[in-house]
Design a protein around this ligand. Structure first.
Ligand code: ZN
Length: 428
């Protein structure tokens, strides 16, 4: 029986969204939180984009030192041999790649304007797969952009060619959110049966169905005899109306009526990190979490009307499908209402020391598990504190808002990695 794996694409689809973005440190924090949750893979960025190079290499270093383990970090590029070559030139240690090309008649005509036939598209893709294989990529995914508007026979031909050249997964992209749960189920099942390779489902919410189509597609892949991979983003942030929300998608797999026993995650996800990652992403993107967001919205466990309040007080299961504590919520949140010292790009040493001392006091009360990788920080001497403060200033230049505690701790603990994340060197 096939299993479901989560591939989060916040650091790719999420950050390419109009009007939104993350600093390289914020992207790194997302990778760390995804790893803590147990997410299988983070599509962590764009290996051919020069300003990503230091960030990508720094995160691969965190993989080597065990900080970002066991999560896989995968890069996204166009499916051309040239992009593969550029990726390995700019980010030599990249191990996992997703190669993307449009497959629908609409896009082949509309984007290439008659310069490419369908056969040219297949050839370009297999050349890219061959190039990635020759660089010893550990895993290769092939993405069919606009797959939901592509005829099935061509998708089977395309995916079969990818497989025969050594691709590991086929990504079915419902790029425009055109599928519904019924259509995607049938199409993905047919693909899984005919191509016999794991299918990755990438869905958008233009018709408000991204989570529903994602799990229906996953069911199709499993019923077709293959593992399924689902693309998610934190808080559903992604192009236009967004992608399948990470927390809602993970909740749907163990908790929805038809999935309870048969269609399960291949790798357990720790939902108790949901509250933390959703709130960090909301702060970092500057996008509030909708009040009715599944699991992490302010109203997700709120009851006012007489019948509901009475029912939930007698037994929460009367009106709640799952418990708030499972999502890592329930603790009181402290909000400063008086004097507040924040980090900033023009900050000085006494404000910084005050901030770090406050964090250390707080850490004292946290369990080792809650702390994860963030252990207590104390500075050896004034020089070291000044060095960290300088990095904090640069991080503030990138973020343009006060850093959160985990970011300050990250910089203090991994100053050399932080320096790489904060280094942008154009015109060289
Ligand atoms: Zn997308």
């Amino acid at each position: 029986m096939g299993k479901i794996y989560i591939v989060d694409v916040t650091n790719r689809d999420g950050v390419q969204t109009a009007k939104l973005g993350l600093s390289k440190l914020e992207k790194t924090m997302i990778n760390i939180y995804l790893n803590e949750m147990g997410v299988f893979q983070s599509e962590f960025g764009f290996p051919t984009t020069k300003h990503e190079s230091n960030y990508l290499q720094a995160n691969l270093e965190l993989t080597e030192t065990g900080v970002l383990q066991p999560i896989r970090l995968g890069g996204w590029i166009r499916a051309t041999a040239e992009d593969v070559e550029t990726s390995f030139k700019l980010v030599p240690k990249i191990k996992h790649l997703n190669l993307s090309v449009s497959t629908s008649d609409q896009m082949i005509q509309g984007k290439f304007q008659g310069r490419k036939t369908k056969d040219d598209i297949v050839q370009m893709m297999v050349d890219a797969v061959d190039a990635a294989r020759s660089h010893r990529a550990e895993s290769i995914g092939v993405n069919a952009e606009d797959a939901s508007r592509t005829d099935l026979d061509f998708l089977i031909k395309f995916a079969s060619a990818a497989k025969s050249h050594g691709a590991d997964r086929f990504r079915y992209c419902d790029t425009l959110g055109y599928d519904d749960p019924f259509t995607i189920y049938e199409t993905v099942k047919a693909l899984a049966k005919n191509v016999a390779m794991p299918i990755e489902i990438h869905c958008h919410g233009d018709l408000g169905m991204a989570v529903a189509t994602s799990i229906a597609g996953a069911k199709g892949s499993i019923d077709g005899g293959q593992d399924a991979y689902i693309n998610t983003t934190v808080n559903g942030i992604g192009e236009r109306a967004g992608n399948a929300d990470l927390v809602a998608t993970v909740l749907a797999t163990p908790k929805s009526k038809g999935f309870t026993k048969k269609y399960q995650l291949g790798k357990p996800i720790d939902l108790s990190k949901s509250w933390k990652i959703a709130n960090f992403a909301s702060y970092a993107f500057g996008v509030p979490i909708p009040i009715n967001q599944p699991g992490v919205g302010a109203n997700a466990f709120a009851h006012a009307s007489g019948i509901h309040a009475d029912g939930v007080l007698k037994d929460p299961q009367n009106y709640e499908l799952y418990d708030y504590a499972e999502l890592g919520r329930g603790e009181a949140v402290t909000v400063e209402t008086g004097r507040e010292i924040c980090s900033g790009e023009y900050g000085g040493i006494s404000g910084f020391r005050h901030l770090m001392k406050k964090i250390e006091e707080k850490i004292g009360g946290r369990t080792e598990e809650e702390l994860g990788d963030m252990v207590e920080i104390s500075f050896a001497n004034a020089e070291e504190a000044e060095k960290i403060l300088e990095l904090v200033r640069y991080a503030n230049v990138c973020a343009q808002k006060p850093l959160v505690e985990d970011e300050l701790l990250f910089i203090a603990k991994y100053p050399d990695i932080a320096r790489k994340l904060l280094t942008l060197t154009p015109l060289t």
